[in-house]
Ligand binder design. Structure first.
Ligand SMILES: *Cc1c(COP(=O)(O)O)cnc(C)c1O
Length: 371
């Protein structure tokens, strides 16, 4: 049975509406970058760094070329490398695990809870060994995880605490913006994130001056004075055009996030079909709903129903990290992390972006309730 509203397709994410709205402003900024030929690093990146640090309530924000290199530099800055272990959730985008791997360390996976789908704090301690150096928590789908729980374990076992906030720019934990809770927080400004550059982008926030200096050196060939290389470095700088686009988009972020919150609250309150499960919202978490993920027993039949009614779902993520071929050498098997595995095989993401119209949201809710 198909509900006829319109023939149009509602995608999970469409970046066009947002970029049409701000096109002229962005193009004007691009012209300035062009005139100054400030194509990498420089004033347009510095302006964004200043604004983003203020936004996160941290002393420092460092612009980088993407969120994966942010995770890599976080590991290097903390002195994590070969022989070390870093605890990460099994259900995250794979890049969380690339951080330790690229630094020569080993990611050690922990299952998520069955209802928040965030790292299960009660399952972390059994994974700690004498080699464990850090825990990377992920604010999954834009929702802050149990920061107090992870922090307490880090204190007790003398571990470094890092937030992977790639999906959560502007999310609040107990009223405070994410990004300032751990030793440092890593961000992605990939175009599809809540705050996305016109291009690739990433960054790290921290309150620690020594870390900020280390990141500035590592991201630019291990040099503070040009052509003097005090350590082995990388080219992980943010581009000027990306920085300029992010400065402009940051001004709109709170409004866009609030629109996502409104759409999410409609989904949460008005989707009443008992076959659909949504991410539990603990009281400490004020999510920015980067994604709106649901689970259902028979995913394929729900997908068919959505598609035949003009709704295009997506999947975040279909394979948990420990079951990826890239990590076969870690020797995991099905059943190791049952909640993450259940989520992977039963999840789908509903349309979620600020420019969705109320009619689109009505349609999604109506279609799901008729499933
Ligand atoms: C997107 C993402 C990253 C990686 O960011 P890139 O900019 O794509 O390299 C890392 N962690 C999480 C949780 C992400 O969603």
């Amino acid at each position: 049975m198909s509900i006829t509203m319109t023939d149009k397709k509602i995608p999970c994410l469409d970046l066009k509406g947002q970029h049409q709205q701000i096109k002229h402003e962005i193009f004007k900024a691009f012209e300035k970058v062009y005139e100054k030929t400030a194509f990498t690093g420089g004033p347009f990146v510095e302006e964004f760094e200043k604004d983003f640090a203020e936004f996160c309530g941290t002393k420092y924000a460092l612009g980088l070329n993407n969120g994966t290199t942010a995770l890599h530099l976080a590991m290097l800055t903390l002195g994590i490398g070969a022989g070390d272990e870093v605890i990460v959730p099994a259900n995250t985008f794979i890049a969380t695990a690339w951080g330790p791997t690229h630094a020569g360390a080993t990611p050690v996976f922990v299952d998520c809870t069955a209802d928040t789908w965030e790292i299960d704090v009660t399952k972390i301690e059994e994974k700690i060994t004498p080699r464990t150096k850090a825990i990377i928590g992920v604010h999954l789908y834009g929702q802050p995880f149990d920061i107090a729980g992870v922090e307490a374990i880090c204190k007790k076992h003398n571990l470094k605490f890092i937030e992977d906030a790639a999906q959560a720019q502007g999310a609040r934990y107990k009223g405070q913006n994410v990004g300032g809770f751990g030793e440092m927080a890593t961000f992605s400004f990939y175009p599809g994130k809540n705050l996305g550059a016109c291009g690739e982008g990433g960054g790290i926030t921290t309150n620690n001056e020594a870390y900020a200096k280390k990141i500035q050196s590592l991201r630019s060939h291990g040099s503070v004075v040009r052509y003097y290389h005090d350590e082995v470095g990388y080219n992980y700088r943010m581009g000027g055009l990306e920085g300029a686009s992010l400065t402009i988009k940051l001004k709109y972020l709170e409004g866009w996030n609030n629109r996502r919150r409104h759409i999410a609250s409609r989904y949460l309150n008005e989707i009443t079909n008992p076959a659909i499960k949504m991410q539990a919202q603990p009281e400490w978490a004020d999510s920015v709903f980067h994604l709106f993920v649901v689970t259902t027993e028979d995913k394929n039949s729900l997908v068919k129903h959505l598609e035949s009614n003009g709704i295009q779902p997506a999947y975040h993520y279909p394979v948990p990290c420990h079951m990826q071929k890239a990590y076969a050498h870690l020797g995991h098997k099905e059943g190791d992390f049952p909640n993450s595995e259940y989520l992977a095989s039963h999840c789908l993401s509903l349309p979620m972006f600020a420019e969705l119209s109320e009619e689109d949201v009505n349609h999604v809710i109506e279609v799901i309730n008729k499933y």
